[in-house]
Design a protein around this ligand. Structure first.
Ligand code: GLN
Length: 469
């Protein structure tokens, strides 16, 4: 009830696309009954959880924040959603995002942008007043980052205790950093993608947003494991248990030197080095490592992402799935008009780029080459870990959350690509990574750092993150 009333109070944040009030209340009632009857409880019994609107939810509209899927009510639950429900979680609703999870701002969905709850903090408002250039009134608010900005705002505004995001290039970690949350991207293959409407199948992973590392670990424990409906998932033989790390003296932390880029805010840079100093002063070994192919990473991600997008989006043709326009002069005209009406320009732009890279004459030069570069990028991480590093410590974002009006001023797509600078390589390598909030900036806004772990060492990664938290 308390969370539902907060959802209503914070409606202006635009965090939710659909609020599943009836479902949540019915689940709460059942949960309470189980508790009162002394029945055994699930790991998430009675816990309010929100789900990004690109996960299929049986009987609840699933839109991907796109005209193309408005009104679509899936007949089944994504595996991760089913697992949450099986453990007693209460489904509060479906959260807002960039259309089809393409973006880094949560500003590009058909239901409008998500507002960052930190825009309204006392400290930030005070600082903002002192700035003569700041906007005013209704337009003066900060983006959440994205694309899982609705999930981040929902947790940050206390409307739920955890939320599912998706992470293809940083979409869970980026909004977590901007909203002061833990944002965890598990290893590729640890958590099922069945029912997650795909962006880039070879990189998509369901992500977890919470306030504390422990909470993320509990949710991961519920979600992880082989799913016969997702052939890329692997079985886990031990339950995930998070222990407390007493001592970091056996730990080796790697600092990738290529991540020190000129665009990084000086505040984040100094917090990054203070965090490294903290590990060192507690006895950990901190070493500089090199990930030499980092500078190719964003373009490589772009070629692979758009190519998979072009192929994935082909299903939305007005016949098999989604919206259909009224034009019926020819099948081709119907396809074209349907897709023009259904997709925003970001999605259409990516479909065009992807199809260009996949043209017969370009395929070898772009797509195949990008796949080779992807292997080199993944190998950079393997080499760093083989040199004895346990986890890498990096920034998550270039800066703190920026005001909406500033974010949309520049060419949004170029800017978005830059925002993924520290996050997308991890997706290409399939590694686990987590954003941990570290401090408030001078402006009073959250700043986070990223830990990256070895593939399938998610538990070790979260243990280190918990020590640091
Ligand atoms: N910003 C990235 C993109 O637009 C990441 C998206 C994501 O992780 N879903 O592709």
């Amino acid at each position: 009830q308390k969370c539902l009333s907060l959802i209503k109070k914070t409606k202006f944040l635009n965090a939710y696309i659909t609020v599943s009030e009836e479902v949540a209340l019915k689940q709460a009632e059942e949960s309470e009954k189980r508790y009162k009857n002394g029945q055994s409880l699930g790991d998430l019994d009675g816990i309010p959880i929100a789900v990004k609107d690109n996960f299929s939810t049986s009987g609840i509209e699933t839109t991907c924040a796109s005209n193309m899927l408005k009104g679509y009510v899936p007949p089944y639950n994504a595996t991760v959603v089913q697992k949450l429900l099986d453990q007693g979680a209460l489904l509060m609703g479906k959260t807002n995002l960039d259309e089809f999870a393409m973006g880094s701002g949560s500003t590009d969905g058909v239901f409008g942008p998500v507002k960052n709850p930190w825009s309204y903090s006392k400290q930030y408002r005070e600082k903002r007043k002192q700035n003569p250039h700041s906007g005013s009134g209704d337009s003066d608010w900060l983006i959440t980052g994205g694309s899982s900005g609705g999930s981040a705002a929902a947790v940050s505004a206390f409307t739920c205790y955890a939320a599912l995001g998706s992470d293809t290039g940083g979409s869970t970690r980026n909004p977590a950093a901007h909203c002061g949350l833990v944002g965890f991207k598990p290893s590729y293959g640890l958590v099922s993608r069945h029912g997650l409407i795909p962006l880039v199948n070879s990189m998509d992973v369901p992500g977890i947003l919470t306030r504390y590392v422990d909470d993320a670990a509990v949710v991961l424990g519920v979600l992880a494991g082989h799913d016969p409906k997702d052939s890329t998932t692997v079985p886990i033989n031990k339950p995930l248990v998070l222990s407390s790390l007493e001592d970091v003296s056996k730990l080796c932390i790697g600092i990738p030197k290529e991540y020190l880029v000129p665009e990084l805010s000086s505040e984040i840079q100094s917090l990054w080095s203070r965090a490294a100093d903290l590990f060192e002063s507690e006895g950990a070994k901190v070493i500089e490592v090199s990930l030499p192919h980092t500078s190719y990473s964003i373009v490589c991600y772009h070629v692979l992402c758009t190519s998979e997008v072009a192929s994935n989006m082909a299903r939305f043709d007005g016949l098999q799935y989604g919206h259909r326009c009224d034009i019926d002069v020819s099948t081709e005209a119907m396809y074209a008009a349907t897709r023009r009406e259904g997709f925003n320009d970001v999605v259409r732009g990516r479909i065009l780029s992807g199809n260009f890279f996949l043209l017969k004459e370009n395929y070898e030069n772009y797509f195949v080459k990008a796949q080779k570069v992807r292997r080199l990028i993944a190998n950079d991480f393997v080499n760093a870990f083989n040199s004895g590093v346990d986890v890498l410590l990096t920034p998550t974002t270039l800066s703190e959350a920026v005001p909406y009006l500033e974010f949309i001023k520049e060419d949004n797509r170029t800017r978005s690509a830059q925002d993924d600078i520290f996050t997308q390589a991890v997706n290409m390598a399939g590694l686990p990574a987590v954003n941990i909030p570290i401090a408030l900036s001078n402006q009073g806004l959250p700043i986070g750092l990223q830990f990256i772990g070895r593939a399938f060492c998610d538990q070790q990664l979260l243990t280190v993150a918990k020590w640091f938290e």
